[in-house]
Ligand binder design. Structure first.
Ligand code: GLA
Length: 395
């Protein structure tokens, strides 16, 4: 009798716990919220197992940077990518503000190739995949309609970089992009140094040299959500961009060659605006970009020392990102092509406009626009550029 009682109690317990468990999983918002910052997810971000593999005969790995405030950034040499960036939020709890995947395989399978990647040899678009240098015309692979985007078919995002980690704050990626790789002339020696400094700033420093005249435009394509990776729309993020003008584009997102004032356009972010407040305005440039996908001409464009480029604030987290760069332009992209086809680190899909990019760089199609700052690099010259993304919490 005693035994029968015990068995029925156990069965009752099982039924009740199954009932409560299914009620909980039914609440997907709560589940998402608890997943996006759960301790297990944050510690999973330093799990190297998905990154220790071989691509094109070269070893890939995950590199972990930490600073003295407990901030952490992870990188993989597959594409020279930033995989995650944990910065202190309110109450000093860490939050991952960069979207990424849990394995090299996920990056290879992704329908969006550029998550967190180092972009080159020429970041952004080159019209019809053609440019001339010293009287000779060069043709590139057309991977974006009739244009070339972010380097071509196998841009820097799909290359395995050599990596060294000189200290716990930085990782250095190097590679030689050989003469005519993806159609660009000259052997280009490239070095990218990512440093997580003790002011919670992520420094990105690019250096390159060539043995023939070529064009170079290097950047990083991190996708940010300052409310935390996978935490829903970025439309309520507040944005300020230190730019009085922008480069209007045609329907294929190639600049028309004009530089126009942002005044009285939805590209005027000289005061804070949410990303969403004007994104559906009746504006041909917004229609061309399917949202924000535009190059802003930074105010200090002619000054090649670090200058303030933009500030973005996560509406829920209060995390503020301040961007400094020595580059003349900033491509602001509001995640318009994100379509929920890939799964982030924390198991949440990359839905429409759940992340944005702010790529510090030269203007798109500069090789074909003589009036834009030059992107030509010659033998004996040194390409050098630096951007810093600093994170703090708005009280
Ligand atoms: C850049 C481009 C966008 C888009 C993204 C990646 O930001 O300007 O049009 O291609 O890269 O999808």
């Amino acid at each position: 009798m005693q035994f029968v009682k015990q068995v029925s109690l156990i069965v009752l317990g099982l039924i009740l716990s199954t009932f409560f468990f299914s009620c909980n999983t039914g609440n997907s918002k709560e589940k998402k919220d608890s997943m996006k910052n759960s301790a297990s997810y944050l510690s999973d971000l330093s799990d190297k197992s998905g990154f220790e593999t071989t691509v094109d005969g070269k070893k890939t790995d995950l590199y972990i940077l930490k600073n003295k405030n407990g901030a952490m950034a992870t990188f993989t040499n597959y594409g020279g990518r930033i995989v995650s960036l944990l910065v202190p939020g309110k109450n000093d709890s860490l939050m991952n503000v960069v979207c990424g995947f849990k394995s090299v395989e996920d990056y290879q399978k992704s329908t969006e190739p550029y998550y967190g990647a180092t972009i080159g040899r020429y970041g952004n678009r080159i019209a019809k995949g053609k440019f001339s240098l010293d009287g000779k015309q060069y043709s590139l692979f057309l991977n974006n309609g009739q244009n070339t985007l972010h380097g071509g078919k196998k841009g820097f995002q799909y290359q395995v970089w050599d990596a060294v980690q000189p200290d716990s704050n930085s990782v250095v990626f190097t590679r030689i992009s050989t003469d005519m790789e993806e159609g660009y002339p000259g052997n280009l020696k490239v070095k990218v140094t990512y440093t997580l400094n003790n002011d919670n700033g992520l420094e990105m420093e690019y250096e390159a040299t060539t043995d023939k005249n070529t064009v170079v435009n290097l950047t990083n394509h991190a996708y940010f959500n300052l409310n935390g990776e996978g935490s829903g729309t970025i439309l309520n993020h507040e944005v300020k961009i230190f730019a009085n003008s922008y480069t209007p584009i045609d329907s294929t997102l190639i600049p028309t060659g004009k530089i126009e004032p942002v005044a009285n356009t939805p590209f005027d972010f000289r005061d804070f605006h949410t990303i969403g407040s004007r994104i559906n305005d009746d504006n041909v440039q917004l229609k061309n970009g399917k949202g924000y996908d535009i190059n802003l001409v930074l105010d200090s464009a002619k000054n090649d020392s670090l200058h303030l480029a933009a500030k973005v604030i996560g509406d829920q987290s209060g995390i503020e990102m301040t961007i400094y760069t020595d580059q003349p332009g900033l491509q602001f992209y509001s995640g318009n092509f994100m379509a929920g086809k890939n799964m982030f680190n924390n198991g949440i899909k990359d839905d429409f406009r759940t992340a944005f990019a702010m790529e510090t760089q030269h203007y798109p199609d500069s090789p074909n626009e003589p009036s834009f700052p030059t992107t030509v690099l010659k033998p004996g010259e040194k390409y050098h550029s630096k951007s810093v993304y600093v994170f703090s919490v708005k009280k």
